[in-house]
Design a protein. Sequence first.
Length: 271
Amino acid sequence: MHADLPLFSLALAGAGLFAGLIGGLFGVGGGIVIVPALYHVMGVLGVDDDVRSHVAVATSLSTILATSWRSLATHAKAGAVDFAVLKAWTPWIAIGALAGAIVAGFVEGDVLLLVFGVGLLLIAANMAFGRDTWRLAQDMPAGFGRGVIASVIGGLSAMMGIGGGAFGVTVMTLCGRPIHQAVATASGFGAAIAVPAALANVVTGWNAPGLPPFSAGYVNLPGFVILALLTSITAPIGARLAHRLDRARLKQFFAVFLAITAANILWEALK
């Protein structure tokens, strides 16, 4: 693995640049690109199958903090962030993320792949067929409903290694919020997920066998540094493009890419 670090770094660089752009553009979090990229690269480099899905998810989570803050800051400058929603939902999302990360640390790697694959199919279907005009409620839920939904968003996102944007954007648009406000606000959910989930993965994976070199628990440190740096560079570019481009056609093309990726991950989990 040490001899393959240059190849590993090069693959991470490409994934990081693309992931940051996607995270800022669609508000879905770069993890949907980073997790499968890390998983397959580590497989080529001979990382043990028992841990590489855990490392892919955990390392992706560690990078989301940089992507989330940069995207949020860019959206905030455009005046698109609803900080009241962000403040009310963040604690519940963090609680769900912590719980999801703890569960993820003790399940088999194939279980994480199944969760990621099914979740990615749902995200792809929403991108391809969802409509910004669909509504289930007139406003964001409060009280018990908010706690349950936000906790589920945090838990699923932590188990998939993604920011909360993928599910958060859907919830906000279904609850009557404009798509640009939903993308902008949900970009801030990532920080609430990344911090507790990444720390939990460090603890649960601390003595795991077969980890790649330079790992703190399930978090691979070279992966964190490279991905955090490059995603933070391209995330603001994606966020600015989100306010300028016709996202409908882009979403359809990207949905096909996600569906193919999900099918590949599910095949890996089930074979």
